[in-house]
Design a protein around this ligand. Structure first.
Ligand SMILES: Cc1cc2nc3c(=O)[nH]c(=O)nc-3n(C[C@H](O)[C@H](O)[C@H](O)COP(=O)(O)OP(=O)(O)OC[C@H]3O[C@@H](n4cnc5c(N)ncnc54)[C@H](O)[C@@H]3O)c2cc1C
Length: 397
């Protein structure tokens, strides 16, 4: 059966970016569909769920049911097992994303959006290069054609919607982290601390993490650079890590997924279309963290979209306001994170070991990531020559 509907906007993907965009649109009186192919928002969780508390509070009022654990410190492990502890200026939390993502989507519904679950976006309705709607497939396989003046592509790392509108969002292998994670139980009491493990044998081109979820539970995972994924799988690296670091724990569930660690899209809009969150590669390339930028991009896109709809101007020129707003807020610093990531992945294990040794010898004091990076640079001054082109302006020689 084929049915057709007409709305102002369709948001494809009910992750943090999509739910935020749908909320903003609905709050401004727009008729919005928020569609997701999953049967329950946020399930399964493909995330280590770590986020800065202050960053999060910019977008939402924290609810206790969203928080699995409060984080008091961060520890970085060098390849040889030495560690340094960062002083925490801002508190972190480990979310329960099943509840968090579900509540964000409920917020969109409460604002007036219609949530369609088990609904897959299979193509865009185009007219003379301009997006005019979306083809959906509902829970029983029914086909729904939805006419809409604007589509927001919030369909995550594997995004296809942007490509359907002619935006090249292809990720180079080196710009994607292939991740694997266990939710583990039966652990020795887990301290309120996020732990990161580096080293070529641990997670080449990435890192492993242990993020506490409860007194005896944790998300234990790792990401490896896509460049290395062909030789040994992320899961094999993870099994070896678990065996070595938390051998007594029970593996209760497993997830795998990709994280974009690229530059954000330079042009995340087209006539009648905006691209947000992982779909627009708007994650922090250094850490892989994508929750905060997804919320920010969702807010900005929702606001620009509502204004463009009210003005009845969905042209590229009108929607380019979103790109400028993103560049002003996080875009520039996220482009810098990408350049830093390119430098950090080149650091050999010996430099990381020497960095940890030097920092420990001085005493940790007020240790932050910048000081760690600067110490690494001093340990390997040639690094600045390797990476100087990354810091030159585009087109510089
Ligand atoms: C293993 C792992 C660990 C991570 N850990 C962290 C962390 O600790 N902290 C952090 O900040 N970030 C982390 N991230 C990244 C974070 O999860 C993402 O950046 C964030 O979820 C991006 O939000 P989003 O709304 O852009 O996309 P998503 O949350 O991925 O949502 C996209 C949605 O679109 C839906 N969808 C896709 N295609 C279609 C379609 N065709 N039709 C309908 N629906 C569709 C999907 O079902 C999904 O619900 C991690 C990622 C992974 C894989």
């Amino acid at each position: 059966m084929i049915t057709s509907r007409q709305v102002d906007a369709v948001v494809v993907g009910a992750g943090p970016a999509g739910s935020m965009a749908a909320t903003k649109l609905a709050e401004r009186g727009m008729k919005v569909f928020l569609v997701d192919k999953r049967s329950r928002v946020g399930v399964p969780v493909r995330c280590a769920e770590g986020v800065g508390k202050l960053g999060l509070m910019k977008y939402v009022t924290l609810r206790p049911q969203w928080i699995s654990a409060e984080i008091e410190s961060v520890r970085l492990y060098a390849p040889n097992g030495d560690h340094v502890q960062l002083s925490q200026n801002t508190q972190g939390v480990i979310l329960d994303r099943m509840v968090f993502d579900g509540d964000l989507a409920t917020g969109a519904v409460e604002a007036g959006a219609e949530l369609l679950l088990q609904t897959y976006a299979s193509g865009l309705l185009m007219d003379r290069g301009c997006v005019q709607g979306v083809y959906l497939q509902g829970p029983s396989g029914e086909k729904i054609t939805v006419g809409a003046k604007l589509i927001i592509a919030a369909d995550g790392v594997e995004s296809r919607v942007a490509r359907w509108a002619g935006i090249d969002s292809t990720l180079a292998m080196k710009d994607v982290e292939v991740c694997a994670q266990y939710f583990m139980g039966g652990l020795e009491p887990v301290p309120p601390r996020c732990e990161f493990y580096f080293g070529h044998h641990v997670a080449p081109g990435g890192y492993a993490w242990i993020f506490p979820k409860g007194p005896n539970t944790a998300n234990v995972g790792l990401g490896i650079s896509g460049n290395h994924a062909g030789r040994r799988s992320a899961k094999e690296y993870l099994d070896a890590f678990v065996e070595r670091v938390v051998p007594g724990g029970e593996k209760r569930s497993f997830v795998a997924g990709g994280v974009p660690v690229s530059r954000p899209l330079k042009k995340a809009y087209a006539p009648g279309l905006l691209v947000v969150g992982d779909a627009a590669r708007q994650s922090n390339a250094l850490s892989g963290g994508g929750i905060i930028p997804a919320l920010e991009a969702g807010c900005l896109a929702g606001e620009v979209a509502a204004q463009a709809l009210a003005e009845e101007d969905l042209s590229e020129r009108s929607l380019s306001r979103y790109q400028r707003a993103w560049n002003r807020s996080l875009g520039r610093s996220y482009a810098r994170y990408y350049r830093l990531k390119e430098a950090v992945v080149r650091l050999p294990d010996e430099t990381l070991n020497a960095t940890a040794r030097a920092l420990r010898a001085k005493g940790s004091g007020q240790l932050n990531l910048f000081r760690v990076f600067m110490t690494a640079l001093r340990k390997r001054p040639g690094l600045i020559l390797d990476i100087r082109h990354l810091f030159l302006p585009q087109g510089g020689s």
